[in-house]
Design a protein around this ligand. Sequence first.
Ligand code: CP
Length: 338
Amino acid sequence: MSETLVLPTRTSLFHVIDPRVFGRPLLDELCSLATRVRQAAKTDAGARALRDLLPTRRAMLYFTQPSTRTFLSFNNACHILGMRTSEIRDPSTSSEVKGESFDDSIRTFSSYVDVIVMRTKESGRAAQAAKLMNGIPRPVPVINAGSGSDQHPTQALLDIYTLQRSFEEAGGIDGKVIGMMGDLKRGRTVRSLCYLMRNYSGVRLVFIAPEQFAMEPDVKAYLDQHRIPYTETNNLSDALPQLDAIYVTRMQTEWDTAGESRAIDLSRFSIGAPELARLKRDAIIMHPLPRGAEIDPSVDQDPRAMYWRQERNGMWMRVAVLIKIFGVENRIDEIERV
Ligand code: CP
């Protein structure tokens, strides 16, 4: 996949397809940008100045797989920057039903907009769109907003932002023990987050999953290659006391072919009052959402529950990504002075 990509550097970002191309300087820069922009937006003058950043730019939100958070946070991130948005969420309303090919549809979007944000049920579609863009006279950046059960790079960016903010006073992400729990086999968020972990030293991962939904070998091979230690267990209770963060995921029932998810005793992979009692006092609980029964709503009241803040962090991280793509990060200085 990665041969189709324009690699980002600290100073540029074009397509956002595969989290493996993100290095630490760019991650740090995006996190810093997200925080600076959310601070600037707190005043009316700052919010107005942000709206003046990209008023001539247009985004296509092409989401043919369901989404609440990613769609709304990208939509609002665009509006924060003064961008206009178009959308297709139901392919039955596009000319694909008349037989237009995927490539022709993407090329058509690119005729009208300056960036394409896309979520698809199939893996590899965003990479295919980026490759197509790389071969046409007026390419526009493509952002992968979730591709099948494969990757969700902007979710991983917002997860890094959440971890970094949460551990700001505790040495950052370096050296932390991070648990990932649930359907790790079919969850694209944990796959993408694992890839970004190579940027942090001393991190240890603990995968907590039913055997049939364990992390896939390709991700484990990547972790081995980058010497990121991980252990695997199906015993949540034993794993909890060592964790600085637990990243909970739901069963990805949409990929079931014969009700596989129903065979799982989800109570063994869920957070409620007994699990809170075994978690460090300063640990955090994350979840990409939407949640199922794996986090009891009563946990929302616990100060360690980070998932609602994580959701909001997503909008600011997506603002930062758009700012980097359009190369206007140097104008944030003047906005901070208004
Ligand atoms: N986390 C996430 O991708 O949520 P949505 O499916 O609602 O976009």
